[in-house]
Design a protein around this ligand. Sequence first.
Ligand SMILES: Nc1ncnc2c1ncn2[C@@H]1O[C@H](COP(=O)(O)OP(=O)(O)OP(=O)(O)O)[C@@H](O)[C@H]1O
Length: 300
Amino acid sequence: MTSPIEPSHVRTARASSEPILELRNVDFCYLAARRSAAEVLGGSRLHKINMIVRRGKAHGLIGESGSGKSTIAKLLLGLTAPQSGQIFFDGELLTPDRLAAFRLRVQPVFQSPLDALDPITPIGKQIIAPLLVNFNMKSSDCQARLAAAISAVGLSGEILGKLPHQISGGQAQRVNIARALILDPEVLICDEPVSALDMTVQAQILNLLSDLRESRGLSLLFISHDIRSVAYLCSEITVLKRGSIVESGSRDEVLLDPKTDYMKSLLEAVPNSGLGLETASPSNPCSQPAGRRDLPAEGW
Ligand SMILES: Nc1ncnc2c1ncn2[C@@H]1O[C@H](COP(=O)(O)OP(=O)(O)OP(=O)(O)O)[C@@H](O)[C@H]1O
C-alpha cells in the first residue's frame, strides 16, 4: 500500500518560497495557567502573531526563555488551536477536518533525542511506526522506505536492531529525523533540535538539516537559543519577546541591522561576539561551531 502523500521529488520541482505555513493574527493563552490578568500579560500569552514559513526555506524563531517559541511550535503542529486568528497550510485554512492530513505533512523534531524514543523498542520499529499507525502498512512493506530514511540521515542498517540506550545522542537525533522523514513530510518543526548535543554533533545535525532542506525541498521552522545556529541555517528570522513578535525579516535585516534594544541585547550575548556573517569559514572557529560548512550563498 502506498501513501497518498505527494513525493518529495515532485514537491521540489514546484515553485519554492511561497508560504507553506502561516500564522495570521494568532492569539493564544494557556487558560489553565491563567491565575491573573497580570500573569497572562507577563508571558503565557501569544499576541497577534503573524509569521510565514516559506516552502523550501528555513525560518528561525528566537527569543528568551518563556517568550512563547514552543507554543508557536505546538500551534504549527496542530497540537493546540489558537483562541483567535488563523493558521494556513499550503494556502488553505487549517480546519478541524483537515487536521489529520495536515499532521502527516508537518512533522516535529524535539530537543531531547533520547527522551523522544521508546526505551524498549528497537530503533527500526520506531522509525516505521508512523507508517504502521497512519497507513496500516505491514512491517515487511516498509523496508524500502526504512532504508531510504536511514540513508537520508546518514545512518547504517546496523542501528535498526539496537535499543535507544545503545546509541549516542547524535545518532538518536538522526533516528528522530528519520522517523519524521518516513512520512515524507513537507515541513519539519524543529524545537531546539541541537541544544542537547555537544558542539561537534550540533554541527553535524545542522548540516544534515541544511542538506535535507536543499535536497528534498523541505521547509523548516528552526527554534533555537543559539543565534549562531539560526544564522547558519535560516534565511528568515522571527524574534519573540513575551509572546509578541518584536522583529522579523531576512537574516541580514534581523542580525546585521537589529531595530530593537531587545534584539541588540540578544546579539550582544552571543559568545565571542561573532555570528560569522561576513567572515565565516571552517578555519575561523570563533565564527561558527566546529565542522560547520561555510554559510550558504543564498540570501547574502
Ligand atoms: N502547558 C502549559 N500550561 C500553562 N502554561 C504554559 C504551558 N506551556 C508553557 N506555558 C507558559 O507559556 C509561556 C511560553 O512558554 P513556551 O514554552 O512557549 O516558551 P519558550 O520560548 O519555548 O521557552 P523555552 O525557550 O524556555 O523553551 C511560559 O510562560 C510558560 O511558562
